[in-house]
Design a protein around this ligand. Structure first.
Ligand code: GP9
Ligand code: MN
Length: 717
């Protein structure tokens, strides 16, 4: 204690550092609580939030202590403090405008879009416009510190007692900062595993590790991707181009243009696995519940073309990987999320762009979570989505959301108000959320009992899956009532597994399988996800056993819409083409075919599940090795194409007509209202104000309070 007192009495640099850290901490907390929307829940996250500015602040300020000269050292500390404050304040301004943190790419104007280098300037001006007078609180501390230093220097000159500083102070400060940082990282990793490898969301990194860390991390990632990209030139395109030429499967005439001119509703079924189709769950009392009666009914209609050997091909990027796969017919990256790492910079030939230039489609994505999650806001612009309705466009107030965002019934209901304004034909994408791990659901919304396995996650999965099923039924009813249905195609598919391999043995008995005999082969079979194209009015739909995966979705969709896919560098093949070779590489390198499956280093018989390696002749094995090699070559070609950003060297002529929109997703209603094709919207055609009054939902959150009370009273009786 005495020592500390002495430090302050001598007004030395350690004292200055301590005061500076306290100031900066307080200022950061102010920004965390009043400016940023970090979604902090529970005491652990709050604790992490409170400590996360300390380590990097001490570390950065400690650098100044290495300078021997007292005056120089002190002023260096002030400069570092000023820079940290500027970074924090810039993020405060940026967040007000964009509800997001700045990325290094946005600061440097390296955003890959045709808008070019004016971006940085526009960014600065629009952010500065967000400054408030009360923002002086973000600078008052700096003024105080400056004053402190001036005073210190004055008195210092007269004082004999100030000793020169030694490296050990500096080292002690830096090392303890590093130790704190390590502790912070460990805590963050426990609360949110794989935070840094998968980079879910910029908000997450700030919430767990602070603004300084986030910026350094983002800079390191940007340098790495830019370095990789800079090495590439047109010649790298050649082998990938050749590969896609050989990979091309010509469309089947029976299906080409079958859904031409229709609106497209792509519905991503969060965590839906194929076993859920027609699945009947037996509850504790022995009662049977069909889990997804509505999805099943659509699946079996004659208007539906469905696939029962369709696999997800996602990796660490989960839902975002399913986006890369289905919008681009490319794979996600072997590690992390391509949306995060490349989404803001790369050139993409994605579905919205292709449909806009070939067939005049408008496009919109809908998702009841913040737009920066998986870097969707930046990635969707590069995919060419005209509109993106994220959390900003929905009522996200308490009780309406679960862990990851808006409940599906509310999500679809509120989406109707935007859908009815979209110029037709439109290509839309809806990403559902309620059926997301760990499958929490409030009592009011629960309509079937839990499953009976020994794992609560598995048991809850059925309840949230059912909720999504009910939400879809309500949405389809509105589609029918509003008149959109007849002229549309609704596509539904699962984005990735919902029950992880670790939990599969618990699921096994519910699927009539023995957990004792559960194998890697069984795990792989569960990577099947639902896939269906529902085309109202079509009558020859059936179940196709063709083996395929999410990468094959886009060529299939485009052929159904009558778009020639030959000019594009796709890694997948039309599932309805007779030339389809039914090779399914999974992102982990396993390969599935209708006859054999390569799982790890073992080969299995697809039909019987028997492990085969010893049973195959040398010839068979060599033959299969070649197949596996070919399947994996798809992954490699895709990885090259993405990480070297090769599409910037290749432009099919039809895409040269693409003009990127200059409007921001944050303020898109004026553009939607004034869209040049606006009269083609549903309400424009019908000549009505809105069709949302036709939307019927039993969502308890939307019931009149007195009605709810009546019901509760009835229940009590
Ligand atoms: C988040 C949602 C879930 O917005 O898409 O992502 P996931 O964890 O499934 O990848
Ligand atoms: Mn998902």
């Amino acid at each position: 204690m005495d020592k500390i007192k002495e430090l302050f009495k001598n007004r030395n640099r350690v004292a200055l550092l301590i005061v500076a850290v306290l100031f900066f901490w307080a200022k950061t907390m102010l920004a965390y609580y009043t400016q940023f929307d970090l979604g902090v829940t529970g005491p652990v996250q709050t604790f992490i939030l409170w400590i996360n500015p300390i380590a990097t602040t001490v570390l950065l300020l400690s650098l100044s202590l290495y300078i021997k000269d007292d005056k120089k050292s002190t002023y260096t500390m002030l400069v570092i403090y000023f820079l940290m404050s500027a970074l924090l304040y810039a993020n405060v301004l940026y967040y007000r405008e964009f509800s997001d943190f700045m990325t290094v790419s946005t600061i440097t104007g390296n955003v890959g879009k045709d808008v070019g280098s004016n971006v940085s300037f526009a960014l600065i001006t629009s952010s500065l416009a967000m400054a408030h007078l009360s923002d002086f609180v973000y600078w008052i501390d700096f003024v105080l510190l400056f004053w402190f230093v001036r005073k210190y220097f004055k008195e210092n000159r007269e004082s004999e007692s100030v000793k020169p500083f030694y490296k050990r102070y500096a080292l002690a400060a830096s090392l303890s900062a590093l130790a704190m940082l390590f502790g912070n990282l460990m805590l963050a990793e426990t609360d949110r595993p794989q935070l840094l490898t998968r980079t879910f969301d910029r908000n997450y990194i700030v919430k767990y590790l602070g603004v300084n860390f986030y910026t350094a991390y983002d800079a390191a990632q940007t340098i790495r991707t830019n370095h990789y990209r800079a090495q590439a030139d047109e010649s790298d395109l050649e082998s990938v181009y050749e590969f896609t030429r050989n990979n091309y499967a010509a469309p089947n005439e029976d299906f080409y243009g079958l859904a031409e001119g229709r609106n497209v509703f792509t519905i991503v079924l969060e965590s839906a696995q194929n076993f859920i189709i027609d699945y009947e769950m037996v509850d504790e009392e022995g009662k049977v519940h069909e889990v997804t009666p509505f999805i099943n009914s659509i699946y079996h209609e004659d208007a539906t073309i469905r696939f029962d050997n369709f696999f997800h091909q996602t990796g660490q990027g989960k839902t975002s990987d399913s986006g890369v796969l289905t919008e681009n017919s490319l794979f996600g990256l072997p590690e992390g999320s391509a949306f995060q790492q490349l989404g803001g910079n790369n050139v993409f030939h994605a579905a919205p762009k292709i449909l806009a230039t070939n067939k005049g489609y408008s496009s919109a994505a809908f998702h009841g979570n913040i737009g920066s999650f998986w870097n969707r806001n930046n990635t969707y612009e590069n995919f060419g989505f005209d509109y993106f309705f994220d959390a900003n466009y929905y009522d996200m107030s308490e009780g309406r959301t679960l862990d990851y965002g808006l409940k599906d019934k509310l999500f679809f209901k509120e989406s109707a108000a935007y859908i009815e304004q979209l110029p037709q034909p439109f290509y839309t994408k809806f990403i559902t959320l309620t059926n997301h791990f760990p499958y929490p659901l409030d009592e009011e919304n629960t309509t079937i009992p839990k499953g009976t396995s020994d794992d609560d996650t598995v048991n809850s999965y059925f309840q949230t899956m059912r909720y999504t099923d009910e939400a879809l039924e309500e949405f389809f009813n509105w589609l029918k009532d509003s008149g959109l249905y007849e002229n549309s195609m609704v596509v539904m598919f699962g984005d990735h597994y919902g029950i992880s391999n670790m939990r599969n043995p618990e699921l096994a008995p519910l699927l009539g399988q023995n957990p004792e005999e559960w194998s890697s082969f069984d795990n792989t079979q569960l990577q099947r996800v639902p896939m269906m194209f529902h085309i109202p009015g079509y009558t020859e739909g059936k179940t196709y056993e063709t083996y395929g995966g999410q990468v094959d979705y886009l060529p299939t969709l485009l052929h159904l819409l009558g778009v020639n896919t030959e000019p594009y560098l796709f890694m997948g093949q039309d599932l309805l083409s007779s030339e389809n070779d039914q090779l399914v590489p999974l992102r982990n390198g396993n390969v599935v075919t209708p006859t054999y499956q390569m799982i790890g280093s073992s080969v299995y018989d697809t039909k019987t599940g028997e492990e085969l390696t010893d049973w195959m002749t040398e010839e068979e094995l060599a033959d299969f090795d070649q197949t596996v090699e070919h399947a994996r070559a798809r992954l490699r070609a895709s990885d090259d194409l993405l990480s070297l950003d090769l599409l910037r060297f290749y432009e099919p002529s039809v895409l040269s007509e693409w003009t990127p929109h200059s409007y921001q997703y944050l303020n898109q209603m004026p553009s939607l209202k004034n869209h040049p094709q606006g009269a083609e919207s549903l309400i424009g055609r019908l000549g009505v104000e809105t069709t949302t009054d036709l939307y019927e939902t039993n969502a308890p959150e939307l019931q009149e309070p007195d009605l709810k009370e009546d019901e509760e009273a009835l229940e009590e009786e």
